[in-house]
Write a protein that binds this ligand. Sequence first.
Ligand code: IPE
Ligand code: IPE
Ligand code: MG
Length: 247
Amino acid sequence: MALFKKNTTAYSIDNIILPEHVGIIMDGNGRWAKKRGLPRSAGHSAGANNFRKIIRYCSDIGIKYLTMYAFSTENWKRPNDEVTALMKLFKQYLEEALRDFQDDTIKLRFIGDITAFSKEIQDLMYEAVEGSKNRDGMVLNLAMNYGGRDEIVMATKTIAQKLKNGEITAEDIDEKMISDNIYTAGQPDPDLIIRPSGEYRTSNFLLWQSAYSEYVIMDKLWPDFTKEDMNYALIEYAKRNRRFGGV
Ligand code: IPE
Ligand code: IPE
Ligand code: MG
């Protein structure tokens, strides 16, 4: 039951039906740096460069939605200097994205509670979203201060307020209403979630949306994750038999 585009049995990136929405948990920067005797921040720099490469590749091969987990609601627990280094990298990327805006086709979105970031970063985020909103290329969701639980709490509050205002009744609440009130409203659920670094957990990523996502866990640290690794994950996905609870 492989997802082939045409009548063939050869697994290659050109023959398979690609997932519409891919999520990537960019994990392993710290271990990558440690292995080289470098500070964790050097791992984050290498990870940020790899992020640039992989988003471009996904856009080139025709992925429609890509969600990249960059910073979780739990990552604030890290030492101050590490959080500061990450904020500097976010700022650099946003400035660069704005500079290269003319010839880009990627539509940038943010998922997560961005009010926690500095005004400077929030302004850049706003500018990047506004400036790219009319593009028709790949939608890139950057998960920043994102937590799946936090997202469900936010949606619950929005819905509770509507109930309180008398706009809806309790009976109106259904799965669609939750999906319509989370950050990814209007987007398809992720078909494939890739976690490099070999950890077998979600770490609070897309909890609601991933009910039937296919997971590919890879024993590669994020800065070492290549286009070939991406192809491997896509082919692995194409081999899966998605049943969605059916037979
Ligand atoms: C992922 O790499 C980057 C962020 C969470 C921001 P880590 O920093 O978690 O790297 P490891 O897991 O410690 O190796
Ligand atoms: C998940 O990685 C968050 C991101 C990659 C942004 P973590 O390194 O924070 O997750 P745990 O602590 O290993 O679960
Ligand atoms: Mg980690």
